[in-house]
Design a protein around this ligand. Structure first.
Ligand code: SF4
Ligand code: SF4
Length: 306
């Protein structure tokens, strides 16, 4: 077994569901990315306007970068919130993915360095300017769908991504041949028209942005279209035919608590900050902050009254 194959096997042994490797190089995505920024698709997410050179070329982010090891971790839940209660995006059901994926990446990096102490690099999971889906596609994990998410053929898109960028040459994988074909279900199903055209998501119009990143009021034209989504939105994943074969994950840290699974609109509206801290203690939901979650619950209540 080559070192590259051993790394991929070790990633699977650590609990990742997929691992691929590609060369660290210029992404060639500058034109598309700059156009997206020019059209203000980033909303108020100013961090997307910073470190653009590093985002477009990982060799500027990690000194001596030669290879990107890309990993995916399934988060599709076995047990879900009932359809009638306010919905949280599946990725936020369990412990904060930053902690869960980072811990596994740390273990993978340590294992690689034990095998070869000359290896140096850094690992990330949605924690640095990295085009994660792009590199995952380059590393052969899947393809980028028209909803802009990474789709693993036969397994769907409910996956966290992470990457380890290191300073040695490895064997590289090839992108997969699958694609969306003539399907347009996500474009037709997005309630806010955020997927403006295939492969182009206007972040500012997306329910995920409006309910998580947006610190102000939810845009008035989005409120009637929230469709019961109180934190994030999975609609463009739920309608995707590739997710019909999604298999629930078995990662203990990503299992939802009983408190979480019993949430309803009334509880969310009555929740005080202390209770919020207890229910979402280790959760990515904290990103929306207490005020944000209360705002979202009110917006859902308002949209239900109409
Ligand atoms: S997450 Fe929801 S709002 Fe955002 S693009 Fe997908 S369907 Fe549209
Ligand atoms: S719903 Fe259809 S078009 Fe959209 S990402 Fe899935 S396969 Fe592609």
């Amino acid at each position: 077994m080559s070192f590259s194959e051993e790394i991929k096997q070790q990633a699977l042994d650590l609990g990742f569901d997929a691992c691929g490797i590609c060369r660290a190089t210029d992404s060639g995505e500058e034109e598309r990315y700059m156009e997206w920024l020019r059209d203000h698709c980033q909303g108020s997410m100013r961090y997307l306007e910073r470190s653009i050179d590093k985002r477009l070329d990982p060799r500027r982010l990690v000194e001596g970068a030669r290879s990107i090891i890309s990993v995916a971790l399934n988060y599709y839940p076995l047990e879900k919130l009932p359809g009638k209660v306010p919905q949280f995006a599946y990725y936020a059901y369990g412990k904060d993915y930053h902690d869960v994926v980072r811990e596994k990446l740390r273990a993978l990096y340590s294992w690689i360095r034990e095998r070869d102490p000359a290896v140096a690099g850094r690992y990330f999971t949605d924690s640095a300017p990295v085009l994660e889906r792009f590199w995952a596609a380059q590393a052969g994990l899947g393809f980028i769908g028209k909803n802009t998410l990474l789709i693993l053929p036969g397994r769907g898109s409910y996956f966290f991504l992470g990457e380890l960028i290191i300073n040695i040459e490895l064997e590289y994988d090839a992108p997969v041949a699958e694609n969306c074909g003539d399907c347009t279900r996500c474009l037709r199903s997005c309630p806010t028209g955020a997927i403006e055209k295939p492969y182009r998501l206007n972040g500012a119009r997306c329910i995920s942005y409006q309910t998580i990143e947006n610190r102000g009021e939810i845009a008035p034209d989005i409120v009637p279209n929230l469709r019961n989504n109180v934190y994030g939105c999975d609609i463009c994943q739920k309608v995707c035919p590739w997710n019909r074969d999604a298999v629930p994950h078995s990662t203990p840290e990503l299992m939802p608590t009983a408190d979480f699974l019993s949430l309803n609109l009334e509880q969310l509206q009555e929740m005080d900050e202390e209770r919020w801290r207890i229910v979402f203690r280790h959760s990515a939901v904290k990103r929306a902050r207490f005020e944000g979650l209360k705002r979202n619950a009110e917006a859902i209540s308002k949209s239900r009254r109409k």
